[in-house]
Design a protein around this ligand. Structure first.
Ligand SMILES: *Cc1c(COP(=O)(O)O)cnc(C)c1O
Length: 347
């Protein structure tokens, strides 16, 4: 039985062609700046996102941490969403390692932060206050449901940030999903911001890695911080080659994942006991809940599904997250709907 793993798009393993690209990669010592494949990945990434330079890092978490540490001093403050990845899922790194304060604002249902609330959160120039240095946006927004921030909103936040001399960082772990959902060039979403991190290891299918992009000056600082964090890698071209393959071949197919997420949601809406709080998926994530009358918990349903060969994410007592990706076919979508129907029958 094929296992249908919908827990995340991070479970994507490299394709055969991607593995071949890795085997064939030309490599050198990247700490000396001499790995041609890493250099090429960084240049390609920067060009795609409309930035001066890029930096290959082992994870999105390191990309965000390095971005914050490159801009903020100890005691400085960063404005971010209370449902943001940096606030919730990065082990408090900015505070533990940088002594940096997180000023959280409520994420709206669409993943945005209200402009007025950002404006009000910026500290006055007063010795009692920490110094506000940065704002972080997330696109697509993971916890809010794979929701998409628009170009217009991104520009508005950038204008506000820059008017107040703040650095705007974009956690664009899935920024190519956002661009695919809006059917626009990704540059429209990244040009307004000062720095951006995106993941190669999610929907783009690469085994490891993220890239941070920004100005040359910012990346130069980031290079030192990466070394400090232990992220200086040597013949990293082996994994960067997978990243290049991903940029060349995987971006254009992300829309398929979004279409399958919609199909999955439409199918699951017909299953008794399932409730969609946030409506139809905007990208590759489907969030659903169990109706009150269902006697099982989400965990129990997930265990039943696992026995039927379907793995789903349990994100709350009665809530699931399902993420479509390269290895999920139309048939898998049908199987998943059937499995839910079976797991919930008699409940
Ligand atoms: C996955 C993810 C990251 C980075 O996670 P890593 O596991 O460290 O690569 C950052 N932000 C968001 C929104 C993510 O979904």
């Amino acid at each position: 039985m094929k296992l249908i793993d919908l827990r995340s798009d991070t479970v994507t393993t490299p394709t055969e062609e991607m593995r071949q690209a890795m085997v064939a990669a030309e490599v050198g010592d990247d700490v000396y700046g001499e790995d041609p494949t890493v250099n090429r990945l960084q240049e390609m990434s920067a060009a795609l996102l409309g930035k001066e330079a890029g930096l290959f890092v082992p994870s999105g978490t390191m990309g965000n941490l390095l971005s914050v540490l490159s801009v903020c001093n100890r005691g400085d403050e960063v404005i971010m969403g209370n449902l943001g990845h940096t606030f919730l899922y990065e082990a408090g790194g900015i505070s533990a390692l940088g002594g940096i304060f997180a000023h959280t604002l409520p994420n709206q249902a669409d993943g945005s932060l209200m402009l007025e609330e950002i404006e009000n959160a910026i500290r006055p120039d007063n010795i009692h206050d920490p110094i506000t240095r940065m704002v972080i946006l997330e696109n697509t927004h993971n916890r809010c449901g794979g929701t998409v921030l628009t170009e217009r909103y991104t520009r508005e936040v950038a204008e506000l940030a820059h008017r107040n001399h703040l650095h705007l960082h974009l956690d664009g772990a899935r920024i190519f999903n956002a661009a695919a959902a809006l059917n626009i060039d990704v540059k429209a979403l990244t040009e307004p911001v000062d720095s951006v991190t995106f993941c190669l290891s999610k929907g783009l299918c690469a085994p490891v890695g993220s890239v941070v992009c920004g100005t040359k000056e910012f990346i130069k600082k980031g290079l030192r911080v990466r070394k400090m964090l232990g992220g200086g890698m040597r013949q990293a071209g082996i994994i960067a080659a997978a990243g290049i393959f991903a940029l060349e071949n995987m971006i254009t197919r992300l829309r398929e994942d979004h279409q399958r997420a919609t199909l999955l949601a439409e199918g699951l809406m017909t299953v008794p006991g399932i409730h969609f709080e946030i409506g139809m998926p905007q990208s590759n994530m489907v969030f659903l809940s169990l109706k009150e009358e269902v006697i099982f918990s989400a965990q129990e349903v997930a265990e039943r599904l696992a026995r039927l060969g379907v793995k789903v994410g349990v994100v709350a007592q009665r809530r699931f997250r399902l993420v479509t990706h390269y290895w999920i076919t139309d048939k898998d979508v049908d199987e998943t709907i059937r499995a839910f129907r079976s797991a919930l029958s008699g409940a």
